[in-house]
Design a protein around this ligand. Structure first.
Ligand SMILES: [Zn+2]
Length: 44
């Protein structure tokens, strides 16, 4: 079960920032679809 879940997430395409289009290397699902830079901009 756990192995299948791991493979599932590995097969997922890399997240791209919806704001600037940069590929986000870090996999933080809780961050949403924006990179750190755009997140900071949004928070300002
Ligand atoms: Zn961005």
């Amino acid at each position: 079960m756990i192995v299948k879940l791991t493979e599932f997430f590995r097969n997922l395409p890399r997240k791209k920032c919806l704001e600037c289009g940069n590929v986000m290397e870090e996999q933080h699902d809780c961050y949403g679809n924006t990179c750190d830079k755009c997140m900071k901009v949004t928070q300002l």
